[in-house]
Design a protein around this ligand. Structure first.
Ligand code: F6P
Length: 461
């Protein structure tokens, strides 16, 4: 795989904020998954350096970094605009209203061209290129045109929406055509792959009625497959089983005031993640007296994310208001009920938090996969802990022994949280054994190997 070029909007590291020379790991599941792959096999990672990265890229990751520089207006239209205010809500079942802005589309196309140009210049002859995610859906076709010698794979980390939603997009044909440049197109679930196929078919049908000049530009035949992403099992196992993590987990519970029940959430602060739904259910359980503070406490890590979009800023305001209201009503001096951290935490601290939890609450209203659920399971080396998981996360397909919930159903969510804290130990352990077997059986290394295995023979044929 040493010839592999991974292309993603984000580089796996982000520049030092205060010019102190220290790069840090970029947030998110995509980075965690692909860094693990390239660190072992080598290759090149192509990603955006944004508008004004004056720093030179680190050279000690075990693979090469190649930057794509975009001016500020392009970043705003491409990332904040089209990627995160148009596509993101559209691809997550309208979790907020998509904004259709023609200038953003122009910036999206311009940014995709810039990525395609950099890869076309730097990829080795006859090598493989693996393009990632919704930011770069035009790159496969752009690259295929520039470099027909390359094997091109594309993987969508988000859901792909149902045809009724997707076809509302004014640029639906261009997106389908862009994706169609890939030799292998990967999705998280069978539903996503079906949604893509059905959307492409519907658009093809419509354009069959269009003039031939438009018809000619319809998608090439890509090999469409389902490749559920996963985590680096060994990494989380190692982290979670270290004595330092176990000690930190005990310390965290003590710092929380040694409650009987600790519920934990770890998410990017995003309206698709269902933080609001889980806090509303939690508040009602406190109101009902079913949960009593300080006997029950919740820790919510909300990693800052995409604050360039209005919908994400509004979500932050709603969550902070809810947390304030819950703590104001049910907390005590020195003992809040919801411990809310709006910041990223190092993986060692997250692993300790996973181990300190009685219940992990993962309630997205829509999610491509949700790797946090899998990280929690991998971290429970003690075989304990209960996972409450939204049926709308891709992970619910594999983690069927979690307590599956519909986050919009407040009563159902309340019942699941109560069931989770009261679950007899034997049942919790049985469920956790089955969850651990499911995650261990399909790691991020298996994910990458199955995608690459499909990409390379696809071209040999
Ligand atoms: O879930 C989609 C996704 O692109 C992930 O693949 C990624 O880890 C996450 O969103 C991070 O998003 P951003 O780069 O906007 O912080």
């Amino acid at each position: 795989m040493s010839q592999l070029t991974v292309v993603a909007n984000r580089l796996p590291v982000q520049p030092p904020p205060f010019g102190n020379g220290l790069w840090s790991r970029s947030p998110g599941g995509l980075v965690a998954a692909l860094h693990a792959l390239l660190a072992v096999h080598g290759g090149t990672w192509v990603g955006s350096t944004g508008a004004d990265c004056g720093e030179s890229l680190p050279t000690d990751l075990g693979y090469r970094l190649q930057g794509v520089s975009l001016d500020e207006a392009t970043v705003r239209g491409f990332y904040d605009g089209f990627s995160n205010a148009t596509l993101w809500p559209l691809y997550h079942n309208l979790a907020s209203a998509p904004v259709y802005e023609r200038q953003w589309w122009v910036a999206y196309r311009r940014a995709n061209e810039a990525f395609a140009d950099v890869v076309a210049r730097s990829a080795n002859h006859d090598s493989s290129v693996w393009i990632q995610d919704y930011h770069l859906q035009l790159v496969p076709a752009m690259l295929r045109e520039r470099r027909p010698d390359l094997r091109i794979g594309f993987f969508l980390h988000t859901p792909f929406p149902a045809p009724d939603l997707f076809t509302a997009l004014p640029w639906r044909r261009e997106i389908i055509q862009g994706l169609g440049g890939a030799h292998v197109l990967g999705f998280q679930t069978a539903d996503d792959a079906d949604n893509f196929r059905n959307s492409a078919a519907r658009i093809a049908e419509r354009s069959a009625e269009s003039p031939p000049v438009i018809r000619r530009r319809l998608p090439a035949r890509a090999d469409v497959g389902v490749f559920p992403i996963s985590i680096d099992w060994d990494h989380w196992q190692r982290l979670a089983s270290s004595p330092a993590t176990a000690a930190r987990a005990r310390e965290l519970r003590a710092q929380l005031g040694s409650p009987r029940h600790v519920l934990v959430g770890v998410d990017r602060l995003d309206y698709t993640k269902g933080l609001e739904q889980r806090l509303v259910a939690f508040r009602e359980l406190l109101r009902d007296g079913a949960f009593v503070a300080p006997e029950t406490a919740m820790v919510q890590i909300a990693v800052p994310s995409r604050d360039g979009t209005a919908a994400h800023r509004d979500e932050r305001a709603r969550i902070e208001q809810l947390v304030g209201e819950i703590n104001g009503t049910f907390g005590h001096v020195g003992a809040p009920v919801v411990h809310f951290l709006h910041r990223a935490c190092p993986p060692e601290e997250i692993a300790a938090l996973y181990r300190a939890a009685d219940v992990m609450v993962v309630t997205p209203v829509k999610d491509g996969m949700n790797l946090v659920a899998k990280e929690f399971v991998a971290s429970r080396v003690d075989g304990a802990g209960v996972l409450v998981l939204s049926e709308f996360a891709g992970a619910a397909r594999e983690l069927t022994d979690a307590l599956l919930v519909n986050p919009h159903d407040v009563d159902g969510l309340k019942a699941a949280l109560l069931n989770a804290v009261a679950m007899p130990r034997g049942e919790a352990e049985r469920r956790m054994r089955s969850l651990r077997a499911a995650v261990a059986a399909h790691t991020v290394q298996d994910w990458a190997a199955s995608f690459m295995g499909r990409l390379v023979p696809a071209l040999a044929a």
